[in-house]
Design a protein around this ligand. Structure first.
Ligand code: DGL
Length: 276
């Protein structure tokens, strides 16, 4: 067993959906969350930029002496997971593979839809993971960027969200998907809206839930689970915490405290890569 915390990072508030699932499943674990609120969104940025931000976030969490890092952000998992896993000596868990595994298991017709940010969709990380599991699978992807501000505005179940979902999902439904992966931190909040727009036969895969299961399994295999029931958490953000606290409460369903504002250390090799 280990009382060291699990480190979780995201571009901002969205990763709290993953934190929520971790807390539900692993009540004894101490959790440290970093939201890079000064630089959100990651979903529209280049792979190089997202990768350098992810390295800085991971280095910050290492300073907190975490036993594992969870990359809660789908965009950061798409672009930086391999790099982080090679670079760090502690386990690093992303959200792509757990979601893909579940989708591969659930899909009967082997036609899976994936929705995410522009970055996640253009990276092809989900189709790659799905094809590695089931070579004959068909994957139809669609970026759904407007779901992020809708969720943060508290409009996840608003008629506007319903209309937007109809537009975004129509091309996927034309391709006869039988399973839909929610490949973005914010999308679990839109589940009721998505459910209303999709035929009941389409299964929804929540990457946040699957990732929490994966974390539990990995910690158990490593003999590092904390069996207690009263894990603590703390939050770090890279901009003023006001909006993170307000919006985050809706995502987490619990008060967000304590929150500390930090600056992330710039990794010299990333800086060189970005300026060259
Ligand atoms: N956290 C991001 C993701 O899951 C969504 C928000 C952003 O674009 O930064 O891809």
């Amino acid at each position: 067993m280990s009382e060291q915390a699990i480190g979780v990072f995201d571009s901002g508030v969205g990763g709290l959906t993953v934190l929520h699932e971790l807390r539900r499943l692993l009540q004894g674990e101490n959790l440290v969350y970093l939201g890079d609120t000064a630089r959100v969104p990651y979903g529209t940025k280049s792979p190089e930029t997202v990768c350098s931000y992810a390295v800085q976030a991971a280095e910050f969490l290492l300073g907190e002496r975490v036993k594992m890092i969870v990359v809660a952000c789908n965009t950061a998992s798409s672009f930086a997971l391999d790099h982080l896993q090679q670079m760090l000596s502690i386990p690093v868990v992303g959200v792509i593979l757990p979601g893909a595994r579940r989708a591969a298991r659930l899909s009967r017709g082997k036609v899976v839809g994936v929705i995410g940010t522009h970055g996640t969709v253009s990276s092809e990380a989900y189709p790659r993971a799905l094809r590695a599991l089931v070579p004959e699978i068909t994957v139809a992807s669609a970026p759904c960027p407007l779901f992020v501000p809708l969720a943060e505005e508290g409009w996840a179940e608003h008629p506007v969200a319903h209309l937007v979902a109809q537009e975004y999902l129509a091309p996927l439904l034309e391709k006869q998907i039988d399973t839909l992966v929610l490949g973005c931190t914010h999308y679990p909040l839109l589940k009721p809206t998505l459910r209303a727009v999709l035929p009941p036969s389409v299964a929804l895969v929540d990457s946040a839930e699957e990732t929490a299961l994966e974390v539990k399994m990995r910690l158990s295999d490593l003999g590092q689970l904390n069996p207690g029931t009263r894990g603590q958490w703390k939050f770090y953000v890279t901009d003023v915490p006001t909006r993170f606290v307000q919006v985050g409460q809706g995502f987490l369903g619990e008060p967000i405290e304590p929150v500390t504002r930090v600056s992330l250390p710039i990794c010299p090799s990333c800086e060189q890569e970005l300026t060259s």
